[in-house]
Design a protein. Structure first.
Length: 108
């Protein structure tokens, strides 16, 4: 997902094996009620610190048969709706794959 008009040169910062996040948040072990404000605080802290590339680890969820992931859709929805998020992608295999997101933030 990327906002319309985000240049391809910026989107390339999310792709490939050379992605180096400037900050990371791990949501493992949190409930949805805990994860949502933690994610908002993390983004605010990243913006204040001038971070552009961050990783959010949400896990893959659904460990028990029939269970659906909770944190992954919460993280995606929260990030898509955040005004500072320019783009997001699933992480590469070496940094979490479908259990994490690479996020490109607007510079303050």
């Amino acid at each position: 997902m990327a906002l319309p008009g985000v240049p391809n040169r910026l989107l390339r910062r999310l792709d490939g094996e050379r992605f180096e996040p400037e900050a990371e948040l791990d949501l493992h072990g949190l409930t949805a009620a805990q994860a949502a404000p933690a994610l908002q605080r993390f983004i605010a802290d990243c913006l204040a610190a001038g971070c552009e590339r961050v990783r959010v680890i949400h896990g893959k969820g659904g460990r028990a048969v029939g269970d659906l992931p909770v944190l992954k859709p919460l993280a995606i929805a929260s990030l898509k709706g955040h005004p500072a998020v320019l783009a997001l992608r699933s992480a590469g295999p070496r940094d979490g794959g479908s259990g994490a997101l690479r996020v490109l933030l607007r510079r303050a």
